[in-house]
Design a protein around this ligand. Sequence first.
Ligand SMILES: NC(=O)c1ccc[n+]([C@@H]2O[C@H](COP(=O)([O-])OP(=O)(O)OC[C@H]3O[C@@H](n4cnc5c(N)ncnc54)[C@H](O)[C@@H]3O)[C@@H](O)[C@H]2O)c1
Length: 336
Amino acid sequence: MTDGLIAAGTAWSDLRVCVVGAGYMGAGIAQILAAAGGRVRVVDQDPELAVEAVRRLTTAAVAFEARGLMPAGTAARVALNSSPARSVADGVSDADLVVEAVFEDVAVKHAVLEEIAASAPKGAVVASNTSAIPIAVLAEALESRARLVGMHWFNPPQFVPGVELIPGPDTDRAVIEWLRDLLRLAGKWPVIVRDAPGFVANRLQFALFREATLMVEEGIASAAEIDEVVKGSFGFRLPFYGPFAIADMAGLDVYAGAFDTLHEKLGDRFAPPAILSDLVAAGRLGVKDGGGFLDLSADEAQAMIDRRDASYVALLHLAESTAQLTASVTPEHGRG
Ligand SMILES: NC(=O)c1ccc[n+]([C@@H]2O[C@H](COP(=O)([O-])OP(=O)(O)OC[C@H]3O[C@@H](n4cnc5c(N)ncnc54)[C@H](O)[C@@H]3O)[C@@H](O)[C@H]2O)c1
């Protein structure tokens, strides 16, 4: 990288990365970026935590490789490429990419971003793993904002492919596209989304979680029962389809009818969405008639339905085989 534009075609092996915050997510992100070939330094407010995190992530890589969860050679690459740093100033001093993964607290993140900006090279890209804080809010801590982005991973970051990339109001488009291409090289599925509280994934996930907790409070079902229903019903579709493909396949008139009942019984938070009502009024009922939210040709819609059934049967087999696998394994990373 240079102080000016980031060199096109940069690969992980050319990159010096510093992960600030050696907790659960920081260690996992450090592990996967070191596995991708980046030279990764890990730093925490307590230097001992950084040393411990590097020990943990290298040991975990050995265990993952032994279990066939990471390809042969990964653990050696992780060990070679990861090291602790004693301070933020030390860790970021020659970094091309700084990943911020400290506590989800605006004041803490602002202080850490200022610390990073004081010592990192002018051309370094700074990516925050915030779960929900708008990047515009994080940017308030910085004078130079063109290289600040949101890079929101999911737990466990080694194995969940999705990463949300969020530009702040002043983020250079080239920076976010560079990061997107790099993440693809690391086998991830990055999606660039607009800056808003919770971005896309957590706004949806927390809306679902809120209704789930309300149902526990109302005594409709226990937490375990709700998990069981989700896993075996609409959750079963989610590895393959998002809410719009699912709605298009179900029929938008069916959705509109269900909304009417929910709205009447549960109130305005279930008012039918205007874009749904408009589509139904226009005779667009989903794949069965007129198209729906997704712009699919008749052939594409049919292919989606054909793939759906095969995918669900494959997932059933996978669920059965992993149930046997997980019964005999203690996870390396306990959380999540
Ligand atoms: N846990 C998840 O599932 C998840 C998923 C996606 C995003 N995130 C986000 O990732 C970030 C980290 O979450 P986590 O779950 O890893 O938390 P964590 O508590 O496990 O780790 C945070 C780490 O940051 C360190 N830290 C705090 N202040 C610091 C400072 N001033 N300088 C250096 N290090 C400092 C702490 O010592 C700790 O080790 C948060 O913003 C969180 O919202 C978490």
